[in-house]
Write a protein that binds this ligand. Structure first.
Ligand code: SF4
Length: 360
């Protein structure tokens, strides 16, 4: 049996399902939150919610790095293109709506926007055209921030600067756990982010909030096992931090990547789309690297921005307060072909994942 099939074994899934059912018996509603687009994909694609008892709910938190970029930062990128700058960005941020339009719309109107697969592609393009001003729109969580940091340290060409939009996941989890109306009972922590940051940043959840927290991988049995581990902690009346994804995540994480991030970035409060400002949740370039900071280089000062179009419920979907199907625009005015909200754009967005599963 290959590694993949081992983690999709129906017999093991059935055994886990009945263990979960036993642990959940006679309990009030148990609400578990994950914060990762790939977890949402696994849960939706494999129909894991249907395997869980009625009183065990798994909700999707802000785990899509593109969905949470505030409109003002898209507006900034568009503003740069109006000043003759070439924007390079990942494909999934290309279609994310700003206050009035997306980078794709701006490109259709003549703006120079290039989709790249990595920050190194942006460096290569900038070197090829030294007479042009290039900006890399750096979006993503702790998973992608180290690659941006590495390029900054490698002395990029003078015609390239960075519009940093990287965010940190643990501060967003802290916001969720403090939202009384969500009433969470446990966290499934994201596997990809944890390969970089390790487990330490999650220690506050069991210790300060008494919140069982389990780092999980992305196969169906990983997620089911994480749910089982959380329920076991709840049954024992103990909150612990545990690692289900030991085949990829070490307790200390990727120390080299952490060092690189800390050399290049400071951490400040940052706005998340529809959620407002979250304390200590955003990377910015350290003063030492300010010559690469597009904000300073081009004197960018866009504040506010329109995060939500009329009728859009992305701010509630992002925190798992409602399901995508509870948004009045879902699969009516808002579809993967014509997204109204950011959650319908990226393959990691909850609405996009639900839309895809309905059509497959
Ligand atoms: S269906 Fe569209 S508008 Fe509604 S919450 Fe999802 S992305 Fe936002």
């Amino acid at each position: 049996m290959t590694a993949d099939l081992r983690f999709r074994d129906p017999k093991l899934a059935e055994r886990l399902r009945s263990k979960i059912a036993r642990l959940a018996q006679k309990k009030e509603t148990i609400k578990i939150c994950h914060v990762c687009g790939t977890h949402e994909w696994t849960i939706t694609h494999y129909g894991l919610r249907e395997l869980l008892p009625e009183n065990v709910e798994v909700i999707a938190g802000p785990g899509c790095p593109v969905c949470i970029v505030p409109a003002s930062e898209i507006d900034e990128a568009i503003e740069l293109t109006l000043n003759g700058v070439t924007i390079t960005c990942f494909g999934d941020v290309f279609r994310v709506p700003g206050s009035t339009r997306s980078l794709l719309d701006a490109k259709a109107e003549g703006a120079d926007v290039k989709v790249v697969y990595s920050v190194s592609d942006a460096v290569r393009l900038a070197k090829k055209e030294p007479e042009k001003d290039y900006v890399f729109f750096a979006v993503g969580f702790e998973t992608t921030a180290p690659s941006t940091a590495v390029e900054v340290l490698m002395n990029p060409p003078k015609n390239l600067s960075f519009l940093i939009s990287h965010r940190l996941i643990p501060p967003a989890m802290k916001l969720l756990v403090e939202m009384e109306e969500l009433n969470l009972n446990g966290f499934i922590a994201p596997g990809h982010v944890s390969t970089i940051i390790g487990l330490k940043p999650y220690e506050i959840f069991p210790s300060e909030y008494h919140m069982p927290t389990v780092v999980a991988g992305f196969e169906p049995l990983d997620v089911l096992f994480a749910v089982y581990m959380i329920l076991k902690q709840i049954s024992e009346g103990k909150a612990r931090l545990e690692n289900e994804y030991t085949r990829a995540v070490r307790w200390e994480g990727n120390v080299k990547a952490q060092r690189v991030m800390h050399r290049v970035f400071d951490v400040v409060d940052g706005r998340w789309r529809g959620l407002g400002s979250i304390e200590s949740s955003k990377f910015i370039l350290k003063e030492k690297y300010s010559i690469f900071d597009a904000h300073l280089k081009y004197d960018l000062k866009i504040e506010g921005g329109v995060d939500l179009r009329p009728g859009c419920r992305c701010h509630l979907v992002i925190i798992g307060k409602i399901k995508p199907t509870e948004c009045p625009l879902f699969m009516k005015a808002c579809t993967p072909r014509k997204p109204v909200g950011a959650c319908m754009v990226s393959s990691e967005g909850t609405c996009r994942i639900w839309a895809r599963s309905m059509s497959s």
